[in-house]
Design a protein around this ligand. Structure first.
Ligand SMILES: Cc1cc2nc3c(=O)[nH]c(=O)nc-3n(C[C@H](O)[C@H](O)[C@H](O)COP(=O)(O)O)c2cc1C
Length: 340
C-alpha cells in the first residue's frame, strides 16, 4: 500500500493526527523518527495568520500564529492545517502557506499540502461556523476548498467527521462535494461532532466515504495498536491511517504498525527506553519553547509515558508539582526502580 500526496510518497500511509496543544515540533519530530510518514501541524487560524502577517507595526515577538505553521527539515513531509469559514481568508492563508515566508519566524520548508479542519468540535470554533460546523454547511465547505485550490498549486486536503450528529451523518456526501471542489485527499474521523471523543467509532462511515470518492481516503479514530490499524484498513479499504491520542506517550505505535504491515516482529520499548525517551522529549520541548513553557507543557507528555506502569498515579502527581527537569528525572528514576 503506497500513497502519494503532492511530492510525498508514503509507503504505508501512516500519519500523525493534528492535535492542538500536543503535536508541537518536539512531538512531531519524535513521531517522525519512530515511523510516522506524514505529519500535520496543530490547527492554525487562517484569519489570525492573515491579520498577523499584514499588521503594520507588529513586533516579531508578538507573532504567535506563524510559528505554528513553520516546518523544520526533519519534519517533512508535513501538511499545515488551517481553520476558518471565509473562503477569501482561507485562500489568502493558503497563499501565505505556499510561499512559506513569514514575518516573525523562519520556516525551513513549505508544506507538502494544506489541510482544512472541518472536524473541530470546540464551541469557540463551531460558534463561528468553523471546524465541524462546516459539516452542516456542505455548500460553504465546497466554496472554501474551491477558493483554496484556485489560489495555490499545493494539494488541498480536508479532515472531516462522520457528521454533525447521529441524525445527520453526511461524510460520504461531504466527501463528494469536497472532491468536486478540488480536494486531493479526505481524512475521516469516524465520529460525529456530538460524540466529541467518546470511545467507539463507526468504521462503516470510512468505508462509505471510500466508496463515494476516487481521491485517497484516510481513516482516523481510536487506533491504539497495530491490530486497530490493520482492522480499519481491512474493513474500510482506506488508503492510510491517522493516529492521534494513541501516539501520546507511545510514539513507537507507528513502528509497531509498520512492522505488522511488513510482517516483521516488533520489539516493544523497554520501560527504561520509554523513560529515557520521555526525558529526551522533555529536553526537546525546553529547547524549543524555553525553560518555563517547555517544562510546563512537557509535564503532560512525560506523564503519558507512564501509562500502565506501577506507581504511575503518584509519579504523575509528583511530576505536576516538579519545578525542574532534574526533579522530573528523579521521579522517573524512582518509578523505574518500582517497575524492575
Ligand atoms: C487534544 C486534542 C487536540 C486536537 N486538535 C485537533 C486539531 O487541531 N485539528 C484537527 O483536525 N483535529 C484535532 N483533534 C482531533 C484528532 O486529530 C483526531 O481526529 C481525534 O483525536 C481522533 O483520533 P484518535 O482517536 O486517534 O485520537 C484533536 C484531538 C485532541 C485529543
Amino acid at each position: 500500500m503506497s500513497l502519494k500526496i503532492g511530492t510525498a510518497t508514503l509507503e504505508h500511509g501512516l500519519m500523525l493526527a493534528p492535535m492542538a496543544g500536543v503535536t508541537d515540533r518536539s512531538f512531531r519530530l519524535l513521531c517522525r523518527e519512530k515511523g510516522a510518514e506524514y505529519l500535520v501541524s496543530e490547527m492554525v487560524s487562517a484569519k489570525a495568520l492573515c491579520y498577523e502577517q499584514k499588521a503594520k507595526r507588529r513586533e516579531a515577538a508578538l507573532m504567535g500564529t506563524a510559528p505554528l505553521a513553520a516546518i523544520s527539515v526533519g519534519e517533512a513531509p508535513m501538511a499545515i492545517q488551517i481553520f476558518g469559514s471565509e473562503p477569501d481568508f482561507m485562500a489568502e492563508a493558503a497563499r501565505m502557506l505556499e510561499a512559506s515566508s513569514y514575518r516573525g519566524c523562519v520556516s525551513e520548508l513549505p508544506p507538502v499540502a494544506i489541510d482544512v479542519n472541518m472536524g473541530c468540535p470546540v464551541r469557540k470554533i463551531t460558534s463561528n461556523g468553523e471546524g465541524s460546523a462546516l459539516m452542516k454547511n456542505p455548500r460553504l465547505a465546497g466554496e472554501i476548498v474551491s477558493a483554496m485550490t484556485k489560489a495555490v498549486k499545493l494539494p488541498v486536503t480536508v479532515k472531516i467527521r462522520a457528521g454533525w450528529d447521529s441524525d445527520s451523518i453526511n461524510a460520504p456526501e461531504m466527501a463528494k462535494i469536497l472532491e468536486q471542489s478540488g480536494a486531493s485527499l479526505i481524512c475521516v474521523h469516524a465520529r460525529t461532532k456530538e460524540q466529541l471523543y467518546t470511545p467507539g467509532i463507526d468504521l462503516r462511515v470510512i468505508e462509505q466515504v471510500k466508496r463515494a470518492v476516487s481521491i485517497p481516503v484516510i481513516g482516523n479514530g481510536d487506533i491504539t495498536s497495530a491490530e486497530d490499524a490493520l482492522t480499519m484498513i481491512e474493513q474500510t479499504g482506506c488508503d492510510g491511517v491517522m493516529v492521534g491520542r494513541g501516539a501520546m506517550g507511545n510514539p513507537w505505535l507507528f513502528a509497531e504498525i509498520a512492522a505488522r504491515m511488513e510482517g516483521r516482529e516488533f520489539y516493544a520499548p523497554t520501560i527504561d527506553d520509554r523513560l529515557q525517551t520521555a526525558l529526551a522529549h522533555l529536553d526537546q520541548m525546553i529547547a524549543h519553547k524555553g525553560d518555563r513553557v517547555g517544562l510546563a507543557e512537557g509535564k503532560k507528555h512525560v506523564s503519558w509515558y507512564l501509562n500502565g506502569l506501577r506507581g504511575a498515579a503518584s509519579a504523575r502527581a509528583a511530576i505536576m508539582t516538579a519545578d525542574s527537569p532534574d526533579a522530573i528525572r528523579r521521579v522517573l528514576e524512582t518509578i523505574l526502580k518500582e517497575n524492575e
